[in-house]
Design a protein around this ligand. Sequence first.
Ligand SMILES: [Zn+2]
Length: 265
Amino acid sequence: MVKMPSITSTIAMMLICMCSCQPKQQSRESLTDPPPNRPELNEEWITIDYVMGRFDPATHTDFVLIDTSDADRSGLYLRKDAYAAFRQMSDAAAAQGHKMIIRSATRNFDYQKGIWERKWKGETTLEGGMKASDISDPVLRAKKILLYSSMPGTSRHHWGTDIDINSFNNDYFKSGQGGALYRWMQENASSYGFCQPYTDKSNGRTGYEEERWHWSFKTISDPLTQYCKLNLKNEMITGFEGSETAVEVNMMDNYVLGIDHQCRN
Ligand SMILES: [Zn+2]
């Protein structure tokens, strides 16, 4: 759910990735498998470590490197099933004149910890240019960061099912090319298994602000959401600066489960 609010932080993230990610060649053949069935909650790959992003997508056999023709840089990963579905959706969109570029995909716990702690310590500014570190109350500080960024261990980007496309700016999706793409997505994304978790809050949804760029491969992410609802507790969200606020902000009910109804079965 992280949004890169400033050009500076966007460039910083891109530089980090360019320096640390080792692209691999990926055969398209492995992406032509039939659509996946909805996984069962007791499947052995669905674990607390998995949903909290405690793994490396670069070495996980269910993950695949995203082709640079689909992304704004090399070194991004998705689950194979999610990427195959994305490619089908992207091809269909392209046939209607819409271009989709993945700006962010899988981010594991350590990656998200870096994003969160840079904001927590004021090394990265928040939307509007303020520093979270100027907020002395830790709960208020966490809530400010949580407008757009998730705590490590709670991001849907951990799962390999969620992507950010084209622009980290809702206004981009309100007119012109972005507006046309967003309307196409609203009408067609569900046909390919995708949904928008962070819609506007007019229906009473809690949690992160609206993100028109964030889309989720519901076929896999909905069972993962249900697993989290049953097994992930606020007290388990630890291992980074400010994690002591997870209980008070009620990360699980307000954020992890604060998604649009279209992303739930
Ligand atoms: Zn996102």
